[in-house]
Design a protein around this ligand. Structure first.
Ligand SMILES: [Zn+2]
Ligand SMILES: [Zn+2]
Length: 280
């Protein structure tokens, strides 16, 4: 197996698509200059669109998955690398070279349909190879200790104290968002401090991958609204977990925002997000 990293193969495929699009345009311009009658205009256009959009689509799929797995994804496993290598050779030899030969040999009748089928298949197979590698990596994610350990990361709020008052714990805006389904104040979306407590809330959404109850994996987002409805009463005091409260674990609080996000992701099972409209 070659040592070419997945990230390199993906960018080579993307740039091969862009090369094939420009060679095809050159060939068409040359054909037009010869005043040859237009042939299969619709197919020609479909081919052009396919060649010019496929590279960005493959690259975008890679970029999305890379965010979840980082260097494990960019190096790639043997299966994905060998699959992408096949696709790279295919686009180079069966699309670019074919059009280039036609251009250099003054051949003005080539099968748009065959080229389109090949280019379509390279795009689809590349995206599938990335999706399958994503599934393999997700399946081998180590189980975080937090999944099996009791929650130890947050501070449990003692609600038995006589002076306990939920409206002293959460910011008034957070309580309002917990009790209604209305939209979040615009200011949070653009990083302005809370009008009541002065906290500056992180601008999300925060995406993560979670194992579902059936053993598959799903991508979820913790929205800005979720962060807003969990923020505590005093400036930069942190967040209280409404999920913990809902499942009867009491209220756990986190001063540190990354720890709060990790808690939501790791300490709560997939089913515990049910009914939480702001994690989706
Ligand atoms: Zn506030
Ligand atoms: Zn919680």
């Amino acid at each position: 197996m070659s040592g070419i990293e997945l990230v390199t193969l993906v960018s080579s495929i993307a740039s091969a698509f862009s090369t094939s699009a420009s060679v095809f345009q050159t060939w068409r311009a040359k054909r037009k200059a010869k005043n040859l009658p237009e042939k299969a205009a619709a197919e020609s256009l479909r081919l052009e669109v396919c060649l010019s959009t496929s590279g960005p689509l493959v690259q975008a799929k890679y970029d999305r998955d890379f965010r979840y797995f980082g260097s494990r994804f960019s190096s790639g496993d043997d299966i994905a690398r060998s699959q992408l290598q096949v696709q790279l050779i295919c686009i180079q030899q069966s699309v670019i070279m074919l059009i280039q030969n036609a251009l250099l040999s003054n051949i003005f009748d080539i099968s748009y349909k065959n080229l389109l089928n090949t280019a379509d298949s390279v795009r689809q197979s590349s995206i599938t190879a990335l999706a399958e590698q994503y599934q393999r990596l997700a399946a081998t994610q180590p189980v975080r200790p937090a999944l099996i350990a009791p929650i130890t990361t947050g501070n449990l709020v003692d609600r038995s104290k006589p002076d306990f008052n939920i409206s002293h714990l959460y910011c008034g805006i957070a309580l309002l968002l917990q009790q209604t389904s209305g939209p979040m104040p615009l200011r949070f979306r653009i990083g302005l401090p809370c009008a009541i407590c002065g906290s500056v809330l992180p601008v999300g959404p925060f995406e993560f991958t979670k194992e579902t109850s059936s053993g598959g994996y799903i991508r979820l987002q913790i929205t800005n609204r979720f962060m807003a409805k969990c923020h505590l009463a005093a400036k930069d005091m942190g967040f209280g977990c409404v999920l913990c409260e809902r499942i009867g674990k009491g209220i756990t609080t986190f001063q540190n925002q990354p720890r709060f996000l990790e808690h939501i992701r790791d300490d709560h099972g997939f089913l515990e997000y049910a009914g939480e409209n702001d994690i989706s």
